[in-house]
Write a protein that binds this ligand. Structure first.
Ligand SMILES: Cc1cc2nc3c(=O)[nH]c(=O)nc-3n(C[C@H](O)[C@H](O)[C@H](O)COP(=O)(O)OP(=O)(O)OC[C@H]3O[C@@H](n4cnc5c(N)ncnc54)[C@H](O)[C@@H]3O)c2cc1C
Length: 390
């Protein structure tokens, strides 16, 4: 096995590194950006997406006609390594770029790809995911928001909740029950809905810190034309599972995110070893474990990417991936907080938690979003290991 990168990957790495070094917002040149869970921060992150798009770095693996560079999966992973190395802003368009776009490539008509992909790549249209409902989370097939035919159009009614970035997004990809008489996993249709359509009400959900990372979205007789259905009518579950595969599998959480955090953890350990040698010695194994987990995830992802390039799918194994990245993230951040000791709780001058505490609070959500880890364990047990349902 040859673990070295090829000439094309090294070329992409060098070009991306130079561009990111020259352009990532830094103090003195517009950075760091305000939190994207605020109106101002959301627009600042949108502007960053535009800057990336203008230089064709926003969607490197997409075809050029949609704004990409036609690069392969391995080159995309290399780009991601550089992106995290440069500590560039969180991708405000991630739900569209990493979740909806792969689904559009698989299920979209040519007309839909031409219509939705270019503005998504440019940050002109930012998407949120409208799947969860107050009584449908883990049991997503219990969703009750409905779609009824009206002439050639559809009429949407119901409520979605926990839509990340929904407070400021432009469009929503959502699941609606189109055939109430069908078996639960059938009779669901996947819709693309503009959030400024008449009858849509977006209600921001304030988090503990007062920022609005989520929204609930209400639909009251919202008219949607038939060409905004993605995939076949009543077969939205299959389309949704493709999106979920991207969310849990390759595209949402690239390994660079964890390698970068593990590298920072190692620096923190070095500082702790000087200032609190006893504490550092006690935590040395946890630091080593964090580095090994991050590297294992990196190698596993390159292995998966190589398999995908050889024509294999990811399938239910995406659930193992999701368990691993969410638990690795928690492990890295928990270890960092222990290294910091009481210092971990010191807030910044603007009242925000420090970088590690902030990261820890978000890591706590990892075992919940993209399908809870309990559910992923069920999937792994039944569909990867072939164990009986009970
Ligand atoms: C940060 C974050 C971002 C999110 N973003 C979005 C978004 O953009 N769009 C969207 O639609 N949703 C989003 N969600 C919602 C998320 O998908 C749901 O929270 C998740 O699917 C769990 O659903 P629930 O909250 O209703 O919990 P429940 O389904 O009520 O689960 C409660 C607990 O019971 C456990 N449980 C339930 N069923 C089983 C079972 N069969 N076996 C074992 N244990 C079980 C669960 O694991 C969990 O611990 C987000 C959530 C978070 C935390």
């Amino acid at each position: 096995m040859d673990l070295r990168f090829g000439a094309e990957q090294e070329r992409v790495r060098a070009e991306a590194r130079a561009w990111l070094e020259a352009n990532v917002p830094r103090p003195g040149r517009g950075g760091p950006l305000p939190s994207l869970d605020t109106a101002e921060g959301f627009e600042a992150h949108r502007a960053w997406e535009r800057t990336m798009h203008a230089a064709r770095w926003s969607v490197v693996s997409w075809p050029e006609r949609y704004g990409g560079r036609d690069l392969g999966l391995l080159e995309w992973l290399v780009f991601e390594e550089e992106y995290y190395r440069a500590r560039a802003p969180v991708r405000v368009g991630q739900n569209g770029i990493f979740l909806l776009a792969p689904t559009l490539f698989e299920f979209g008509t040519e007309e839909q790809k031409d219509r939705y992909l270019p503005p998504m790549a440019a940050g002109e249209e930012i998407w949120c995911q409208g799947w969860s409902e107050p009584d449908a989370g883990s049991d997503l097939a219990a969703l009750r928001s409905r779609a009824e035919r009206r002439g050639g159009d559809w009429l949407l009614n119901g409520q979605k909740t926990w839509c990340s970035r929904g407070a400021f997004a432009d469009w929503l990809f959502g699941l609606f029950r189109s055939d109430p008489s069908a078996e639960r996993h059938r009779g669901i249709t996947y819709f693309l809905v503009p959030l400024d359509a008449p009858g849509v009400t977006v209600r921001p959900i304030a988090q503990l810190d007062g920022e609005t990372g989520f929204a609930e979205v209400f639909f009251e007789d919202v008219v949607v034309p038939a060409n905004q259905v993605l995939g076949d009518v009543d077969r939205g579950w299959q389309v949704a599972m493709a999106t979920a595969g991207s969310e849990r599998g390759l595209s949402l959480r690239s390994p660079a995110r964890y390698s970068e955090a593990a590298g920072r953890l190692l620096s923190l350990y070095g500082r702790c070893a000087e200032e609190h040698p006893g504490r550092a010695a006690r935590l040395a194994d946890d630091v080593a474990r964090a580095l090994m987990k991050a590297e294992a995830y990196r190698l596993h992802t390159y292995w998966t990417a190589t398999r995908v390039l050889d024509g294999h799918g990811v399938g239910a194994e995406a659930s193992m991936n999701k368990l691993f990245w969410s638990e690795t993230d928690l492990h890295i951040h928990r270890t960092a907080l222990e290294l910091l000791g009481p210092e971990a709780e010191i807030v910044e001058d603007d009242g925000r938690p420090g970088e590690w505490l902030d990261g820890f609070l978000f890591a706590l959500a990892g075992p919940i979003y993209a399908g809870t880890n309990e559910i992923q364990r069920n999937v792994v047990a039944e569909r990867v290991l072939g164990l009986p349902r009970s």
